[in-house]
Design a protein around this ligand. Structure first.
Ligand code: BGC
Length: 279
């Protein structure tokens, strides 16, 4: 084959993660589902975590197996320490190790501040922030135990935190969610600083408005979508694959020197679009 031919370039880009073992939390729907499938397509074996919705998780597993890699579904609530510990230790038993942790699982419980219950506050912080901490911690232990395997990856492991544009954009009526994502940003940077000397790369991917069940009311009528597009300079609502592709890139050695960064994948939502005409 001619060097650099189209075929060769495609083969390279589709097998960016060959032989790596990935775990994606909240992988039975939305961004997590697309990410788990994209990692499998890129050559990784994948654990598909879910907390509810076993049927959908099994469908994701079947789709991933279609790429000729291994996959299985694992039920666990990421906010529960024992369940996260059990999930990662089973993965080490079944796949031998973990190379990529995508801490994706997240939810919203929206309310004006005066109506927000402590339960709503705790639920969102427990899943979105504590859940990511527990997943990152358990992955880091295995990365440190195993160290770098040069044939697999230049790094000893990659942790990718699913953040949000609300890591930096305040969001009225969503103080629990925005606080959790602001926390994810600082947690990610602190872990990146702490673990980089051991060759562990910790980064965040921060989606804008992506067409998933979490924000369906923001795009499922023409009126709502028009309103939403005013906040997106690129004038399109994102697809789960936009985020999945970003995760594959960050997890791969192509981005080996990216450490402690947040990659905003948002069609420009963080560009203060109100100032395009005002100010
Ligand atoms: C939220 C969505 C919202 C988007 C942009 C995401 O993190 O989960 O509900 O549409 O940010 O505001």
């Amino acid at each position: 084959m001619v060097s650099g031919s189209g075929e060769q370039r495609v083969a390279m880009s589709t097998q960016l993660l060959q032989g790596q073992k990935a775990l994606v939390t909240g992988a039975n729907s939305g961004i997590g589902k697309a990410t788990a499938i994209a990692l499998g397509r890129a050559g990784a074996d994948v654990v598909v975590n879910y907390v509810a919705g076993a049927d959908e998780a099994e469908k994701v597993v079947a789709e991933i197996k279609g790429f000729g890699v291994r996959a299985y579904a694992h039920e666990a609530d990421v906010s529960q320490e024992d369940q996260v510990v059990g999930m990662v230790s089973r993965m080490v038993d079944e796949f031998g190790t973990i190379d990529i942790m995508v801490a994706n699982a997240g939810l919203q419980r929206d309310a004006p501040v005066t109506e927000m219950t402590a339960a709503q506050w705790h639920k969102v912080l427990d899943v979105n922030l504590t859940g990511q901490f527990l997943c990152a911690r358990e992955a880091a232990k295995e990365f440190l135990r195993r160290g770098v395997v040069p044939e697999v990856s230049k790094a000893a492991g990659k942790i990718i935190c699913m953040s949000s544009v609300h890591q930096i954009i305040p969001w009225s009526g969503h103080v629990n969610y925005a606080s959790s994502k602001g926390g994810v940003g600082m947690m990610m940077q602190t872990l990146a600083q702490e673990l980089a000397p051991q060759k562990i790369r910790v980064n965040a991917v921060a989606p804008g408005a992506i067409r998933t069940p979490i924000n369906q009311s923001a795009w499922d009528t023409p009126e709502a979508e028009a309103e939403l597009l005013r906040l997106i300079p690129y004038r399109r609502v994102g697809d789960p694959d936009d985020i999945a592709n970003a995760v594959v890139a960050v997890a791969s050695d192509l981005l080996d020197y990216v450490v402690g960064s947040t990659l905003y994948v948002d069609g420009g939502m963080t560009l203060f679009p109100g100032f395009a005409t005002g100010g």
